[in-house]
Design a protein around this ligand. Structure first.
Ligand SMILES: Nc1ncnc2c1ncn2[C@@H]1O[C@H](COP(=O)(O)OP(=O)(O)OP(=O)(O)O)[C@@H](O)[C@H]1O
Ligand SMILES: [Mg+2]
Length: 252
C-alpha cells in the first residue's frame, strides 16, 4: 500500500483534478482509495458524492464513517462542509497530527494506492495528510508559477518529514495549466535548473484543456478518462500515471 498526498497551499493549482484523475488511472490495474481532505469537498462532488451520510469529519472525530464505492476499483472517503471546524476541535489533543495515519493503518490494507486530496492551507489537516503519506506531489500552475511558492511548500514538507514522518518523499512537482505559448511556461524549467531541482520536476506537463473543466461540470461529474479518453487531458494524465508508477518503482 502506497499513500500519495497531492498538496500545495496555493488555491486552484489543480490538486483536486490531479488527485482524481491520477487515482482513476491507477484503477485500471489496482484497488484505489481517495480520501478527500478538503472541506470544500470539490473532489467528492466531482465524482458524484454530493450529500454523503458521513465523511472525513467522522474519521477525524473517531466516529463510525462509511467508505463508499464510486467506481470499479475506486472507493472514496468523502468530505463535507462541516469538516471546516475540525482544526479547532482537535487542536488541544495529544497526537493530533497522527489521526489520519492511524486510521489508514486500520482500513488501508486492502488498497494498493491511497490518494489524499489536500486543502489549499497549511493547517492541521494538511499536516495529518503529510504525516500519513509516503509520497507528496506538488502541482504548480504554470501561469502563476513562483519559485518562492515552491520553496514555502518544500520547507513545510521538510518540517513534517523531520518531526512527524521521516518516511515522506517528494515524488515530484507537477506543472499544470501548461500552455506552451506562454512565456512563463518556458522559464519554469530554467528556474528549476537554477535551484538544482530539475530532478523534482515531472517530465509530464498537464496542458490547459477545456475537456478537464467540462468533465467536472455538475452535469457530468466524470474522470477525464470517462469524459473523453482522447482529450489532451486524458493523454496527459495517462502519461503522468505512467511516470508516477515508474518513479515509485525506483524508490521501492
Ligand atoms: N489542465 C487544466 N485545464 C483547464 N482547466 C483545468 C485544468 N486543471 C484544472 N482545471 C480547472 O481549474 C480549476 C481548479 O482546479 P482544481 O479544483 O483541481 O484545483 P485545486 O488546486 O484543487 O483548487 P483548491 O485549492 O481550491 O482546492 C477547476 O475549475 C478545474 O476544472
Ligand atoms: Mg481542491
Amino acid at each position: 500500500m502506497k499513500v500519495i498526498a497531492i498538496s500545495n497551499q496555493k488555491g486552484g493549482v489543480a490538486k483536486t483534478t490531479t488527485c482524481l484523475n491520477l487515482a482513476a488511472y491507477f484503477t485500471k490495474k489496482h484497488r484505489v482509495l481517495i480520501i478527500d481532505c478538503d472541506k470544500q469537498a470539490n473532489l467528492s462532488k466531482n465524482i458524484g458524492a454530493v450529500e454523503p451520510n458521513s465523511s472525513i469529519n467522522e474519521l477525524f472525530q473517531r466516529k463510525p464513517f462509511d467508505i463508499i464505492n464510486v467506481r470499479k476499483n475506486l472507493d472514496l472517503i468523502p468530505s463535507s462542509i462541516d469538516f471546516a471546524g475540525i482544526d479547532l476541535l482537535i487542536q488541544g489533543e495529544l497526537a493530533r497530527e497522527t489521526i489520519l495515519k492511524k486510521a489508514i493503518k486500520k482500513f488501508g490494507g486492502s488498497y494498493d494506492f491511497i490518494f489524499l486530496d489536500c486543502p489549499p492551507d497549511m493547517n492541521l489537516v494538511t499536516v495529518n495528510a503529510l504525516t500519513a503519506a509516503d509520497y507528496v506531489i506538488i502541482p504548480v500552475q504554470a501561469s502563476q508559477f513562483s519559485i518562492d511558492g515552491v520553496n514555502i511548500m518544500i520547507e513545510f514538507i521538510s518540517g513534517v518529514k523531520e518531526n512527524m514522518n521521516e518516511n515522506l518523499s517528494l515524488l515530484g512537482i507537477l506543472v499544470t495549466h501548461f500552455d506552451e505559448r506562454l512565456k512563463i511556461s518556458k522559464s519554469i524549467e530554467q528556474d528549476f535548473k537554477d535551484n538544482n531541482w530539475e530532478d523534482a520536476l515531472f517530465k509530464t506537463r498537464i496542458r490547459r484543456n477545456t475537456a478537464i473543466e467540462n468533465s467536472q461540470h455538475k452535469d457530468n461529474r466524470m474522470t477525464i478518462f470517462e469524459f473523453d479518453n482522447k482529450s489532451r487531458g486524458a493523454i496527459d494524465y495517462g502519461k503522468l500515471g505512467r511516470e508516477v508508477a515508474s518513479k515509485i518503482k525506483k524508490y521501492s
